[in-house]
Design a protein around this ligand. Structure first.
Ligand code: PLP
Length: 456
């Protein structure tokens, strides 16, 4: 083990740390690496060891680390003002961002409400949907979403999520919501095979909307990929059916594009794969190029119309966060949106996406790889004990975790999601860097298999 890890373990600083999504034992046995700097797709620890960040620091770092253009935008803003409240005042970059973002928003989505992260963007979306109906004297107060869905870790966002490991403990505390089937093609909930799929998994959504439709304030979904549950990529026909059912039953759509928006899936928005525009959309993660926390909940003008009130009326959205529209974060976001445009993203990603897809598909040669899922620059493989039965690895084998630990030693970050190994590389990853990413992953996978095949 790296000597620096020991120094972290023994330091007083470490005693006070509570790490997210981390077992205490792991925290002790594999203390976090202390990262000192970043450059492009790489980050460097205090000893100078280099790691390729193949998951873009939790899917945010779309232009790599310490990109000179974004760094400079934040530095320039820092010399002017660090923060101003967004009530009665607005910072120049927050205003500039509204114009820049407004110009690339789809369809009639034009009104932008800023908050701090993906979870708060979802909270805002849910509250807007509820209040929108209330303002129209409609009592709709429930939401429908999907098994396997993830929308953040705050209570409202968790109430529309359905990943047992994250949500089960709290389900009794939440307001009760409704969950349709997960569009999980590898283990199709209604037994269809991919080639003959007609989005039958969404019959469950139709049944819910038929029985509860008049009570449903909105349907919230992750378009094209259910991310946190394990990069479940699903066909655009399923997304189309979600939209058409919501339209049929007059239910608002909330597209949670927090992870997949702004180019990740090879289109600017994941909803573009179905040529649809939601009523409400949430953006975060890559919005600042991964520099600073910022999110946006965007709505159509017809929704905003309901909130146009005069003093004393209830036509006001009483919601805001201390750091809403923070100047440093919005300056970073302006630079990130500029970069998206200057670099002609997503069109310019075509070649790297093709190479990426080929590289991920090549893992099919391993018997333990049961399913490969790729869309744009999202690539995942589901590990199984047995390809025929699709039996999952034994929990105690910690197979994917072991692969990722080996990869880390070799200088690659691929923190897994359960039994899923995945890649979400920055858009600026070069051909050679993709080769390096696949080379190390292959080596780590092979070595883990050589040591562990019988226990998986
Ligand atoms: C689809 C989706 N929505 C919401 C969130 C929550 O975002 P945050 O962690 O920034 O609160 C995430 C985070 O992974 C996500 O993937």
């Amino acid at each position: 083990m790296n000597s620096l890890k020991h120094s972290v373990k023994e330091s007083d600083h470490f005693k006070h740390l509570w790490m997210p999504f981390t077992y205490y034992n792991d925290q002790i046995e594999n203390p976090p690496l202390v990262i000192e700097r970043g450059e492009g797709v790489y980050i460097f620890d205090q000893s100078g060891k280099r790691y390729m960040d193949a998951i873009g620091s939790w899917w945010t770092s779309i232009f790599g680390h310490n990109h000179p253009y974004i760094t400079n935008a934040v530095k320039t803003q820092l010399d002017k003002i660090e923060h101003v409240m967004m009530a009665g005042f607005i910072s120049e970059p927050a205003l500039r961002l509204s114009k820049l973002l407004g110009a690339i928003l789809p369809g009639n989505l034009q009104r932008i409400f800023y908050s701090d992260d993906g979870s708060t963007a979802v909270e805002v979306a849910l509250k807007i949907a509820l209040q929108y109906h209330a303002l129209r004297n409609d009592t709709r107060s429930e939401f429908v979403s999907f098994d396997g869905g993830y929308h953040g870790d705050t209570l409202g966002a968790m109430s529309v999520g359905s990943i047992p490991a994250y949500h089960a403990l709290f389900h009794d505390t939440f307001k009760k919501q409704h969950f349709a089937n997960s569009p999980y093609c590898y283990r199709c909930p209604v037994g269809c095979v991919k080639e003959q799929c007609n989005a039958e998994c969404m019959d469950s959504l139709e049944a819910l909307l038929q029985s509860r439709g008049e009570k449903i304030a909105a349907c919230i979904f992750e378009p094209m990929v259910q991310g946190a549950v394990g990069m479940r990529v699903y066909p655009s026909k399923v997304l189309k059916r979600i939209f058409s059912l919501c339209k049929k039953y007059n239910v608002l759509t909330i597209a949670d594009e927090v992870a997949m928006g702004l180019g990740r899936t090879g289109k600017l928005y994941a909803c573009d794969h179905a040529e649809q525009t939601p009523d409400i959309m949430c953006l975060a993660k890559g919005l600042t190029g991964g520099y600073l926390p910022l999110s946006a909940t965007v709505v159509s003008e017809s929704i905003f119309d309901e909130f146009k009130g005069t003093f004393g009326s209830d036509r006001i959205f009483n919601h805001g966060h201390t750091f809403t529209g923070n100047p440093l974060a919005t300056a970073a976001a302006c630079a990130a949106i500029n970069l998206l445009q200057i670099s002609n993203i997503p069109e310019s990603l075509d070649a790297i996406c093709r190479q990426f897809a080929d590289g991920v598909q090549a893992f099919d040669k391993y018997d333990v790889v049961g399913d490969i899922r790729v869309l744009g620059l999202v690539g995942a493989m589901e590990i199984v004990r047995d390809r025929k039965t699709k039996e999952s690895p034994r929990t105690e084998s910690r197979f994917t975790w072991r692969v990722s630990q080996k990869a880390l030693d070799m200088g690659l970050i691929i923190r897994p999601l359960g039994n899923i190994l995945y890649f979400m590389p920055p858009f600026i990853t070069s051909k050679e860097q993709l080769d390096e990413m696949f080379f190390i992953t292959n080596k780590a996978l092979k070595e883990t298999l050589d040591e562990q095949y019988t226990v998986i």
